[in-house]
Design a protein around this ligand. Structure first.
Ligand code: ADP
Ligand code: MG
Length: 401
């Protein structure tokens, strides 16, 4: 699929903006702080219903305004669809598909994208929350329906946790209602755990292929889940090294639900002491390894980048192979500046056969020059299409920062 046009109103630093996009490679070029990321952030929002760089929507609304609007025309094969989003301060966001009101989460059914950004290194080197976020964005892209389970689960964890906190203050009287929350925690939690296990299983092959073609050698990149449920009960009786991603994904819901309940009773007294929900997918982690060593703490900077890029490329490939609506849109936000020449070339080669690629860069020199870019200059919240060959003199004079 591809975005043919994006319109913004009071979004970030844009009062009003029109961005026409072409099939194939698009390049948004401009000095730092001009609004390049803001444009791709708006596009990526339609795929995940959240920003790829901040939590919460407040920062997306142009300062001094009450709401932001983003409208996107998306073409998938012969079908064109108009997606509308209104992000509101202090009240619910609104969405439309072809001018019919829908719940915002419906938008993700109509658009899919995989966004790469410098922050992706956090997936590999940062805290578990960054990896859970990667998993959950991937689940949303893969099964738009999963957004229901994800939001329901988050809500249940919040409510259950506040009940635990109040039980600590008021004694065990509040606990009779806990079992209601436990039921829901297990129900939604199991759905998420299984969907993540399937994702890990299905990403593993493409990850190895993508890593090998990016780096030119095989470092056996591998993925597995580290689950708080299994840790709590040690039920699986398998060490992490032998955790079989194929077997893990084919466990039945019932089996996993039983394990989840066992884990809850195993941690119950600690939960009361601490007033925290201690087991479930919100406490799980995605383990990444190269040559059987954890990436975090062992891999070099370059290897970590290669892993992060391969993971995203693997996701794009998986989405492409499963979707009837065609390729996800590939967004590369300021990524080339992070990479050496050989990784730049291999990354570009890896995405070149996607229907649409949107790249941002501060200077042309950072992006491969053997590409027929559709170029747009971004300057202080205005978009100007550039025709013909690159305007190198302007680029060098506008060297970033
Ligand atoms: N909610 C907002 N209201 C007004 N301006 C904003 C808002 N959020 C970000 N900005 C401005 O947008 C600019 C950054 O845009 P960004 O897209 O990140 O730039 P870049 O071209 O470097 O990617 C900054 O000048 C920032 O002050
Ligand atoms: Mg940027």
């Amino acid at each position: 699929m591809r975005v043919t046009h994006l319109s913004l109103g009071d979004f970030r630093n844009y009062g009003a903006a029109e961005l026409p996009l072409a099939v194939g490679p698009n390049l948004l070029i401009g000095r730092n702080g001009q609004g390049k990321t803001n444009l791709v952030e708006a596009i990526a929002y339609f795929a995940t219903l959240r920003s790829h760089r901040v939590t919460g929507d407040a920062a997306l609304i142009r300062s001094g305004h009450e709401s932001a609007v983003a409208r996107m025309r998306v073409r998938a094969g012969e079908r064109e669809v108009l997606l509308d989003l209104q992000i509101n301060q202090g009240r619910a966001n609104k969405a439309q598909v072809n001018r019919n009101s829908v719940r915002p989460r419906e938008l993700t059914r109509w658009f899919s994208a995989v966004a790469f950004a410098p922050e992706d290194l956090i997936i590999v080197r940062g805290e578990p929350s960054g990896r859970r976020r990667f998993l959950d964005d991937a689940l949303l892209a893969r099964h738009p329906i999963a957004s229901g389970a994800l939001t329901d689960y988050e809500r249940v964890v919040r409510q259950r946790t506040s009940l635990l906190k109040s039980a600590r203050a008021r004694g065990s009287a509040a606990l009779s209602t806990l079992s209601v929350w436990d039921d829901q925690l297990v129900e939604y939690g199991v759905q998420i755990m299984l969907a993540r296990r399937e994702l890990v299983r299905d990403l593993s092959g493409p990850l190895q292929d993508r890593y090998r073609s990016l780096v030119g050698s095989d470092h056996s990149p591998a993925l597995s889940m580290s689950e708080s449920v299994a840790d709590a009960i040690d039920a699986a009786h398998v060490s992490r090294e032998t955790f079989d991603t194929h077997a893990a994904a084919s466990v039945s819901r019932e089996t996993l639900a039983t394990q989840f309940r066992k884990a809850l009773s195993a941690v119950q007294s600690r939960e009361f002491e601490r007033g925290v929900t201690l087991v479930g997918p919100h406490r799980d982690d995605l383990l990444l390894s190269l040559n059987h060593l954890p990436v975090k703490g062992y891999a070099s900077h370059g290897e970590s980048w290669s892993f992060a890029l391969s993971l995203k490329l693997a996701l794009a490939e998986l989405l492409r192979s499963e979707s009837t609506a065609g390729d996800p849109v590939i967004i590369l936000d300021d990524v080339f500046a992070e990479l050496d020449a050989s990784r730049r070339a291999s990354l570009m080669a890896a995405v070149s056969d996607y229907e649409q690629v949107i790249v941002t860069a501060a200077v042309e020199g950072d992006v491969p020059n053997d590409v027929e870019w559709n170029r747009m200059r971004i300057s202080a919240g205005t978009v100007t299409p550039m025709t013909g060959a690159s305007d190198e003199s302007a680029d060098t004079s506008e060297r970033a920062e």
